[in-house]
Write a protein that binds this ligand. Structure first.
Ligand SMILES: Cc1ncc(COP(=O)(O)O)c(C=O)c1O
Length: 426
């Protein structure tokens, strides 16, 4: 579905809309409204919309609880192995084997669990490398892990800055840094898609680079899962973590997930924080004293999962399966391509697009800066909101817009650019 085959005007959007095989999925989501006006929602990079099937998925578990009490844990659809239903769809979305993924906890919790296992500082190799614009929670997690090991983050945390005036990860500088410091780096943590700029990183190439220098490597996939194609098993990072409330549409604070590569999970002597949900499921209720880990990522589970927070994820993943990820990605590339074309055509030099142009190097999100910067920058998103467009603003002065292929239309992209132009002109 190439964006350029159609005219730039509203007629072009209508033609693209008519050719959109996935258009019917929009009706499967609750669309936020402002009075009677349906909002133009381009904020799925922050919180995805609610699948209409989510309330009944939660309701079904409430009814099970009401009707069965403790016996709801057992039998068909029971909660004892409830999380197992997520392995296949999550493996499909991440390009993993089913024993490499698990739905559990939230992103930062999972990151800590992974750092416990894969950040194993020695006297010579004790540093963690992150990007300068890493999401704050990732930074807090690695800083606190360093301190936990008696290390001073001011010395042991290495930060890779972008080239001056750029927001993109500078792989050349990363290579140079690793040539110099690689022997002292124990672990590298990078995003799959950068939260601010929307840049998609090459997980395979970065993993190979980390391996060449003997470093463990993990990825934060908060902005990547459900957004861009992933091939984690093939690419081979040690671990990855994600949340499910952005492109996975599972609701605020939904249960996140974790990938542990088979090779890394099988490593001897790996330290791990453990709990009973990681214990062999057939023997869990024997109340044994010795921990018998499940195979693969499942062994990192601690507690029995919050079923009411998992149920919406099931409703959402069913939509991904029905739509097919390849078709979603094609539409996403076309939607975002159209958004970039329109922004360039309508705003010209006034807007600087921070997201890489090439479809392979981005996901759904487009990040913008303005020249000159609006006087009250943070109010731009509010003024857009008043015009019926939901986007968001992140410091220092970045506006983020993400058309999501499951529920956004080509018309939404046009409406957003029109509103943005009017807002800047006002
Ligand atoms: C890139 C990134 N990493 C980490 C987080 C933190 O996620 P959580 O609150 O689930 O730990 C977020 C939240 O938006 C995020 O965008």
């Amino acid at each position: 579905m190439p964006a350029r085959d159609f005219g730039r005007g509203a007629a072009g959007a209508a033609a693209l809309g008519a050719a959109d095989e996935l258009a019917a999925f929009r009706a499967r989501f609750a669309l936020p409204k402002d009075g009677r006006r349906t909002l133009t929602y381009l904020c799925g990079h922050s919180l995805g919309l609610m699948p209409r099937a989510a309330p009944s998925a939660v309701e079904a578990e409430l009814v099970r609880w009401a009707e069965l009490g403790v016996e709801g844990h057992f039998g068909a659809g029971g909660w004892l192995d409830y999380h197992e239903r997520f392995a296949a769809p999550l493996a499909a979305l991440t390009g993993a084997k089913t024993d490499e993924v698990v739905a559990m906890n939230t992103l930062t919790v999972n990151l800590h669990l992974m750092l416990v296992s894969f950040f194993r500082p020695t006297r010579r190799r004790y540093r963690i490398l992150i990007e300068r614009d890493a999401f704050p929670s990732d930074r807090y997690a690695v800083q606190s892990q360093l301190r936990f090991h008696g290390l001073d983050p001011r010395e042991a945390l290495l930060e890779l800055g972008p080239r001056r005036g750029s927001f993109e990860l500078d792989v050349e500088r990363l290579e140079t840094l690793l040539e110099r410091e690689g022997e002292r780096v124990a672990l590298i943590l990078l995003p799959g898609v950068q939260y601010l700029s929307g840049e998609r990183l090459d997980i395979g190439a970065l993993t190979r680079l980390a391996r060449r220098h003997g470093c463990a490597i993990g990825f934060d996939l908060a902005h990547a899962i459900g957004n861009v194609p992933l091939a984690l098993h093939r690419d081979g990072p040690d671990f990855a973590v994600w949340c499910s409330y952005k492109y996975l549409n599972a609701g605020p604070g939904a249960v996140g997930g974790c990938f542990v590569h088979r090779r890394s999970a099988a490593a001897q002597g790996l330290p791990r924080f453990e709990g009973w949900w990681g214990h062999d499921v057939r023997r869990r209720f024997l109340m044994e004293r010795k921990f018998a880990p499940l195979r693969g990522a499942n062994a990192w589970q601690l507690s029995n999962p919050p079923i009411f927070s998992l149920a919406p994820l099931a409703a959402s993943l069913a939509l991904f399966a029905e739509a097919g990820f390849a078709r979603l990605r094609d539409k996403s590339v076309a939607l975002t391509g159209r958004l970039i074309d329109l922004l360039e055509a309508e705003l010209g030099r006034r807007a600087r697009i921070l997201t890489p142009r090439g479809a392979e190097r981005r996901g759904a999100q487009v990040a913008l800066r303005f020249d000159p910067p609006p006087k009250r920058a943070a109010q731009l998103a509010q003024r857009l909101r008043a015009a019926g467009v939901v986007a968001d603003w992140r410091p220092p002065d970045v506006l983020r817009l993400a058309p999501v292929p499951l529920y956004n239309r080509f018309e939404d992209v046009h409406a957003a650019v029109r509103a943005l132009k009017r807002t800047l002109d006002a």
